[in-house]
Design a protein around this ligand. Structure first.
Ligand SMILES: C[S@@+](CC[C@H](N)C(=O)[O-])C[C@H]1O[C@@H](n2cnc3c(N)ncnc32)[C@H](O)[C@@H]1O
Length: 345
C-alpha cells in the first residue's frame, strides 16, 4: 500500500532533520549546506515523527552526534545534499533552464540557491498534503517564495506528470535538470519507469540526480522477521520499519545494473556510488583535521558489533564465516546508492 495522499510524508521530515543537524557541523568543509532545513522544520515538538534523528533537533550538536542513528542520518544526508548541489551547479553552468524537484518534501534548493537559479524556472512536485505543510512552513520561515518557483501538487504515481507540469507552465523543449532525491524506492516499478522515461525524453544535456536501492534490499525488507534480528539491532530496525509504515519501499534497480536500466530510457550514467561507502565518506565527510563527521560514534558502534560477532562465534563454534569478498559484495548490493545521469545526445 502506498502513502495515503492525505497524510504528510514522515520520511520527508526525517531526512530534512538529518540535513538540519548536519548543517550545525562546525567545520564548513564537512557541513551540510542546507542551512534552511532547520528553519523550515520549525519547532521540533510539532513534528509528528518519533525517532532519535528528529529528537536530535532539540539537542546540542555534540550530544546529538553521540547517537549512531543520528550520525547515520546526518552522514547520509550530507553526502546527498553536497552531491546534489554539485550536480545542480554543473547543470545550470551547462545551460539548464528548468529544474524539477520530484517528491520535493522539504527540499530547499529553490530558496537557498536563488542566485544560482536566478535565470531558471523551478517546479516543486509533491503530494498535496506534504506540499501544503511545506508552503505554510516556507511562508512562516522564509517569507514569499521566489517568483521563479511553481508548486505542482500531484501524486505522479496516479496522475499524468508531463500533462500536469505543462498546465503549470513547464516547457518540455527546455534543457531540464531533475532532482529525484529519496523517492525511487517509494514508486511502484511502472511509475519509476514512467518517471525515467519522462526524464529521458528531454533535450540532450538534460539530466537527473537520484538515489536508489537494489532489488536485493527491497526483497530483504519484505522478508524481515523481527524474531531473527539480533536483539541489539531490533530497536533500530523497528524504528526504520515504523518510519516507512505509511511509505513502504517497493522498488529497487537490478543489482549493479543501473547503467543498463538507464540506457533503456536514453539516459547515460555519469556516476553512481554507495552512500556512506569509503569513497563517498572521504569525499564529502572529511573535516579539515582529517577526521570524518560522526567518526567516534561509528567507531564505537563498529566495536560493539565486532564484540557481538566474537561472542556469537564463541557460542557457535564452527559456524560459517563470510569471506571478505562476499561481505564486500553484500555491503555493496544492500547499500543505498546515489547517481547522476544525463540525456544522451
Ligand atoms: C523521503 S521523502 C524525500 C523528500 C525530499 N526529496 C528530500 O530528499 O528531502 C519522499 C518524498 O516523495 C514524495 N512522494 C513519494 N511518492 C510520491 C508520488 N507518487 N507523488 C508525489 N510525491 C511523492 C513524498 O510525499 C515525500 O515528500
Amino acid at each position: 500500500m502506498s502513502q495515503p495522499s492525505s497524510k504528510v510524508s514522515r520520511t520527508s521530515i526525517f531526512v530534512a532533520a538529518g540535513r538540519a543537524v548536519g548543517a550545525r557541523e562546525p567545520d564548513p568543509v564537512a557541513r551540510n549546506p542546507d542551512y534552511l532545513a532547520e528553519k523550515l522544520l520549525g519547532d521540533p515538538k510539532t513534528l509528528d515523527v518519533d525517532h532519535p534523528a528528529v529528537r536530535a533537533l532539540s539537542l546540542g550538536y555534540d550530544q546529538a552526534m553521540t547517537d549512531v542513528e543520528v550520525v547515520s542520518n546526518v552522514r547520509m544526508m550530507t553526502i546527498r545534499t553536497r552531491f546534489i548541489d554539485e550536480g545542480l551547479a554543473r547543470a545550470i553552468a551547462d545551460g539548464a533552464t528548468q529544474v524539477i524537484v520530484l517528491g520535493a518534501g522539504f527540499d530547499t534548493h529553490a530558496y537557498r540557491c536563488q542566485e544560482l537559479l536566478a535565470q531558471a524556472r523551478i517546479f516543486e512536485v509533491d503530494r498535496p498534503a506534504t506540499q501544503e505543510l511545506k508552503k505554510q512552513r516556507v511562508h512562516d520561515a522564509v517569507g514569499t517564495p521566489p517568483a521563479n518557483l511553481t508548486y505542482v501538487p500531484i501524486d505522479f504515481q496516479h496522475e499524468d506528470l508531463p500533462e500536469v507540469l505543462r498546465r503549470h507552465g513547464y516547457d518540455p523543449a527546455q534543457r531540464t535538470f531533475f532532482i529525484l532525491e529519496g523517492v525511487t524506492m517509494y514508486l511502484p516499478e511502472d511509475a519509476a519507469r514512467a518517471t525515467f522515461r519522462f526524464v529521458g525524453a528531454h533535450p540532450p544535456g538534460s539530466g537527473i540526480v537520484f538515489d536508489f536501492v537494489y532489488r536485493a534490499m527491497i526483497d530483504r525488507l519484505a522478508k524481515i522477521d523481527m524474531a531473527n534480528i539480533p536483539e541489539a539491532q531490533k530497536p533500530f530496525v523497528q524504528r526504520f520499519l515504523d518510519l516507512i509504515k505509511d511509505e513502504p519501499w517497493v522498488f529497487g534497480l537490478p543489482e549493479e545494473g543501473e547503467r543498463d536500466f538507464l540506457r533503456e530510457f536514453g539516459l547515460e550514467l555519469r556516476e553512481a556510488f554507495p552512500v556512506g561507502g569509503e569513497e563517498s565518506s572521504k569525499r564529502f565527510l572529511t573535516k579539515s583535521d582529517g577526521t570524518q563527521v560522526g567518526a567516534q560514534a561509528i567507531a564505537a558502534a563498529m566495536a560493539r558489533m565486532a564484540a557481538r560477532a566474537r561472542e556469537s562465534a564463541q557460542a557457535q563454534p564452527g559456524g560459517q564465516q563470510m569471506s571478505p569478498e562476499l561481505m564486500r559484495r553484500q555491503q555493496r548490493v544492500m547499500g543505498y546508492q546515489l547517481a547522476e545521469a544525463v540525456v544522451s545526445g
